[in-house]
Design a protein around this ligand. Structure first.
Ligand code: SAM
Length: 264
């Protein structure tokens, strides 16, 4: 049985605690920790996932922002768990992986208020990660895995397709959390060891293109990009990338954005 939090859960920190050990086992099973790897858990809360993870993983580092939960975690897991009291967005994952001696496997029921910034933090440190199993709001998981030509396809779908072959694993009912969130969740698998064959030379350039292209997604790509790059530059970029100027951002495959980013 997972202990109840010693203090009232904070909605502002996305605190919906997992109460179903079967889901915890399913998530840890999907990550499949290997004996030689270190697993990082973001937001252990009161330790529902952590406890199951520690049965399977050799080394676990957990990063929790809420100082009220730290003493309970220390008492429950002691030296078994390498616990950091910090905001994950302020943690240098590349340095953490170097200290751990290799790429980190990552497990988290993400706090929903911060799932986008955390996903971008993971993307920034993608070379420090092997794979990740994350629970997200279902709609966000759908956007992460969306394919070109669909309404969910956007900047995050492109970046994750390039970095980590995202795959939605299973949906998760609100009933397995306390307090119950208002929305359904889904588990997502990211495999950073299987990037797309097309890779941008500059991720900054790619982000600029994606922001401009999807910032006005109903416009033609030429019109959307020209708001950022002016028409002359836009025409040059489209011609060099071999992308039809009349197409819309949602119809351009990830490798098309890589080609566009080359001439930024
Ligand atoms: N893993 C636990 C479970 O499954 O029951 C808790 C999951 S709860 C959805 C999210 C957890 O992330 C909370 O413990 C919350 O305090 C923590 N958290 C929120 N923002 C964070 C941040 N920026 N850095 C680290 N932890 C954070």
């Amino acid at each position: 049985m997972t202990p109840l939090p010693p203090v009232p859960p904070k909605h502002s920190l996305g605190q919906n605690f997992l109460i179903d050990p079967n889901i915890a086992r399913k998530l840890v099973g999907a990550l499949d920790p290997q004996p030689d790897e270190t697993v990082l858990e973001i937001g252990p809360g009161v330790g529902a996932l952590t406890a199951v993870l520690l049965e399977r993983a050799t080394r676990v580092i957990a990063v929790e922002i809420d100082g009220r939960l730290i003493p309970g975690l220390r008492e429950r897991f002691g030296e078994q768990l390498d616990l950091l009291h910090a905001d994950i967005l302020a943690v240098d994952l590349t340095e953490l992986a170097t200290r751990a001696g290799g790429r980190l496997a990552l497990l988290s029921c993400l706090p929903y208020y911060a799932s986008s910034p955390i996903l971008f933090h993971l993307l920034k440190h993608r070379a420090a990660l092997s794979r990740a199993v994350l629970t997200l709001q279902r709609e966000v998981a759908d956007r992460c895995c969306a394919k070109p030509g669909t309404k969910d396809y956007g900047g995050v779908s492109v970046q994750l397709a390039l970095a980590a072959s995202p795959r939605r694993l299973f949906t998760i009912s609100p009933h397995v959390f306390r307090p119950r969130p208002k929305v359904e969740s889904a588990a997502l698998l990211l495999d950073f060891t299987r990037p797309h064959p097309a890779q941008p030379r500059s991720w900054d350039a790619l982000e600029q293109v994606l922001r401009a292209a999807f910032g006005q997604r109903r416009k033609t790509l030429r019109n959307a990009l020209s708001a950022k790059f002016d028409f002359e530059k836009t025409d040059e970029m489209l011609a060099a990338a071999g992308v039809n100027p009349k197409t819309r951002a949602e119809d351009v495959p990830p490798e098309g954005f890589v080609a566009l980013a080359e001439s930024v």
